[in-house]
Design a protein around this ligand. Sequence first.
Ligand code: GDP
Ligand code: IMO
Ligand code: MG
Length: 422
Amino acid sequence: MSVTAVVGAQWGDEGKGRIVDWLAQKADMVIRFQGGDNAGHTVVNEFGKFALHIVPSGIFNPATVNIISAGTVVNPDGMLKELAHVEAAGVNTDNLYVSSAAHLVMPYHLLLDELQEQARSGKHKIGTTKRGIGPTYADKAARWGLRVGDLLHPEHFEKRLANVLPKKNLEIERLGGEPMEMDELLALARTWREAMGHRIIDVLPMIREAVLAEKDVLLEGQLGVMRDLDWGTYPYVTSSNPIAGGAGVGAGIPPTRITDVIGVVKAYCTAVGAGPFPVELKDEWGQRLRDEGNEYGATTGRPRACGWFDGVAIRHAAWLNGFTGLAITKLDVLDTFEEIKVCTGYKLDGEIIDYVPDTPAYEKCEPIYETWPGWQTSTRDTRSWDDLPKNARTFLHRLSELAGVRIQMVSVGAAREELVVL
Ligand code: GDP
Ligand code: IMO
Ligand code: MG
């Protein structure tokens, strides 16, 4: 029995979807606990290749209950499209439920994300995924939000919308956008109710029952610690808490019931969006990582900034999440490299530091590297630790040492079975 949070240990896109898909082969329940369809979780398995945005990565196991829980924000249009896509590949999605307490990403949130980002000048742009995430969570915190469960109460929904829409339209017009029509939004809500009403439930009894019955439960995180609203590089962050502490809150599970926290981490680093990213390589090494790792966003297609493994950021992540194990992904991307660097500290105003400082100082940090020899042989077919090249094992040991966390899995390819489990 375990309740395992699987969370991003860097700037997102670490391979969480791929790890959850593998673990879900034996899981009774998978719960997405925060974020929305800003996620792009790539899964490659016997059904094909998918970029999941809001649907949990346990969807491919028909015996697994999949829940989009209270901490998330849901754009029903996106979710329904995604479900149609996986169903077309032969996947049964009957076991997918959406928490009535999750918040609705409304069309005005999408428009406001776009308009607000346009209105930010230069350095103040965040580079959001434009999925309405910030405006939806802002409404949730300000208590203007509409919840997924409100769809099941048409009169209540209409009253809430009538109250909030004029305020939203004021802001839209102030930012130069077209105001939205009440009737159109109500019609949209009706189509959502018809298409997904049967999936909307109070998920808590189901989750409580699973935990009390000692089932295997996975809590799937979105993004990574460096974009955590509280502990990331504010304001260049998302609007929820991807760290493990957010898992209990978002899923409705007490912190004392979470037994394992797996930190998913690439063997190097990538980031999309604005904000400090000290290890970014703007030279041919960065381009080589991007080419070998195919580092383009699963949601927006944007090229990801690439750099060497950041040993300072991983310590930050390890403390905040309390990792019980690491899943190191994309080792194979380094297979051809003659040498590989690892950042072990930052230089800030002439001094060496080993922590993540606040954002204005972080922008001035320069990485300090150590260099390790590559292994220059393919690891793609390796399935056991002892069969990994010696230099690869030494490198992985170093990453584990910097994090202060044992390695639980090493991923050597995007497909489900391309994994070394320790
Ligand atoms: P997530 O958002 O954390 O689920 O990660 P993404 O799916 O956005 O990005 C990870 C990318 O790396 C996807 O294209 C995966 O298919 C791919 N990937 C995951 N693990 C491996 C691996 O071990 N090796 C290689 N070559 N690709 C991987
Ligand atoms: P997964 O789950 C990588 C980044 C955006 C931007 C910031 C805020 O696939 O790892 P938002 O749209 O959330 O308001 O954008 O966060 N971002 C991601 N980067 N992977 C993601 O998800 C991301 N989701 C958001 O680029 O910098
Ligand atoms: Mg992703």
